[in-house]
Design a protein around this ligand. Sequence first.
Ligand code: FES
Length: 172
Amino acid sequence: MSAAEPTRRDFLYIATGTVGAVGAAAVAWPMISQMNPDASTIAAGAPIEVDLGPVAEGQVIKVFWRSKPIFIGHRSKKEIEEAQKIDPKTLPDPQPDSARVKPGHDQWLVLIGICTHLGCIPLAHQGEYDGFFCPCHGSQYDTSGRIRRGPAPANLAVPPYEFVSDTKIRIG
Ligand code: FES
């Protein structure tokens, strides 16, 4: 892999109304565009559209909707399999992976990136389940954003969203 290629641990931070990226390494980031109204309208709750085209497999990007961080993950085959193989009945907050993604779009995971314990923002691709890890008190979420271990009482929430094309979603 060349230095210019993003890795699966890349984590893009996309500011509302801007196209921006900050990461652990200064590499060439894919451009993520949000087809959005102005910031004040967004803050009031307007839907936002996110182009998924530049999000490489294994990446998780973050956008903002209603001032909340939204994680959008392009899951790998392995991550999907890990999410699907677990019996939901064994989970603290039982929910099948199929209830957390859109039909035919298993590779896309869209979550409100706020820990359901006390509201910290979890880290992507961290923790025992290779999903999300909340460093505040150690909650661990899997590759479907479901709570697996730690004090959080519930899965990371899925915001209202829909696919408006194969590569674009509208959140809100
Ligand atoms: S806020 Fe996430 S574990 Fe407490």
